[in-house]
Design a protein around this ligand. Structure first.
Ligand code: ADP
Ligand code: MG
Length: 248
């Protein structure tokens, strides 16, 4: 891509699952781009192929055909080692079911990506404490997941996704297990965290109302793109200037 504002390019991505004799075309030739700092929403009903597409983009699932480029680098061509290193250095993840380690405290969960990145212990503790404070969990740092509400657990999940300052954060139905009030809090938090450092978000949801948070809405149906809508397109540098000084 010539446009150097593009951070992700999905090029004719396909994923076919073979189930016995049956071939399920979960993602059937999808192409689009995401710009740096954009909040991109993959919107569609259950079974439309959203999660498969997200997993292809993040290198979690292998493409059957096509390719995905992040920062100009082909996900498909990377070795397993290169890919896992690339993910550690560039990508963060937020999951519907939080995926926190039950035996670890909030602080330890948030430190984990920094452990993988070999950040020294004192520094990673400082970073994890700092971000947990920012997501409003100063009082819960030593709690284990089962000692926290769903909304609190997802705040830990968000802190973990953002602590290493990845350029891209992927989120699969991040509010899928939360009530409507907590959903708004969590969505506002994701949006604010990303805007602060011009991070790019790719979020999967079936919830039309959450698409209001997005700069770009890609509607997925039966493994295809139904439409791409670029609402409220904005100058990302201007947007950054609009941020308050609040240290999120
Ligand atoms: P969504 O996230 O939009 O609900 P998915 O990406 O999970 O949809 O699934 C898309 C389609 O691919 C569905 O028909 C689903 O049953 C099928 N599918 C997903 N994962 C697998 C798998 N591991 N093996 C076989 N079929 C799968
Ligand atoms: Mg899904």
């Amino acid at each position: 891509m010539e446009d150097n504002n593009v951070i992700i390019e999905v090029r004719n991505a396909k994923k076919i699952y073979k189930m016995g004799q049956e071939r399920i075309k979960a993602v059937d030739g999808i192409s689009f781009t995401v710009k740096k700092g954009e909040f991109c929403c993959l919107l569609g009903t259950s079974g439309s192929g959203k999660s498969t597409l997200l997993n292809l983009m993040a290198g979690i699932e292998k493409l059957t055909d096509g390719d995905v480029f992040i920062k100009g680098q082909s996900i498909r061509k990377m070795s397993e080692n290169k890919l896992s290193r690339f993910r550690q250095d560039n990508l963060g993840f937020v999951f519907q079911s939080y995926n926190l380690l039950g035996s670890m405290t909030a602080l330890e969960n948030v430190e984990l990506p920094l452990v993988f990145k070999k950040v020294p212990a004192a520094k990673r503790r400082r970073m994890a404490r700092g971000i947990l404070k920012k997501v409003g969990l100063s009082e819960r740092m030593n709690h284990k997941p089962k000692e926290m509400s769903g909304g609190q657990q997802q705040r830990v999940g968000i802190a973990r996704a953002f602590v290493a300052r990845p350029e891209v954060v992927f989120a699969d139905e991040p509010t899928g297990n939360l009530d409507s009030k907590t959903t708004i809090e969590v969505m506002d938090l994701i949006k604010a965290m990303a805007a602060k450092n011009s991070q790019t978000i790719v979020m999967v949801t079936h919830d039309v109302s959450l698409a209001a948070y997005a700069d770009k809405i890609i509607r997925i149906k039966d493994g295809h793109i139904e439409s791409i809508e670029e609402n409220c397109r904005k100058d990302l540098t201007e947007q950054k200037g609009d941020q308050s000084d609040e240290d999120i």
